[in-house]
Design a protein around this ligand. Structure first.
Ligand SMILES: Cc1cc2nc3c(=O)[nH]c(=O)nc-3n(C[C@H](O)[C@H](O)[C@H](O)COP(=O)(O)OP(=O)(O)OC[C@H]3O[C@@H](n4cnc5c(N)ncnc54)[C@H](O)[C@@H]3O)c2cc1C
Length: 41
């Protein structure tokens, strides 16, 4: 099954990793050029 995650903040990345481990085909869509959003410091 294919799953789309919108947003590559820590929440989206964590969800994507968990879904991938469960065997889903995951695509992450991020509007900005970098990942991590507000969690990067
Ligand atoms: C002022 C401030 C300072 C902070 N400082 C720190 C800090 O120093 N260290 C720390 O660890 N945490 C910090 N935090 C907390 C941290 O930002 C959040 O806890 C964490 O980033 C939340 O993660 P999130 O994935 O829920 O959302 P976000 O980090 O907001 O990620 C959401 C992502 O979704 C993307 N997005 C949104 N809409 C779309 C769309 N339509 N299409 C594609 N992509 C989309 C955004 O571009 C973003 O990348 C701070 C928060 C604030 C407000």
């Amino acid at each position: 099954m294919k799953v789309a995650v919108v947003g590559a903040g820590i929440g989206g990345l964590a969800a994507a990793i968990r879904l991938r481990v469960l065997g889903y085909d995951v695509a992450v869509y991020e509007k900005n050029a970098t990942v991590g959003a507000g969690a990067i410091s």
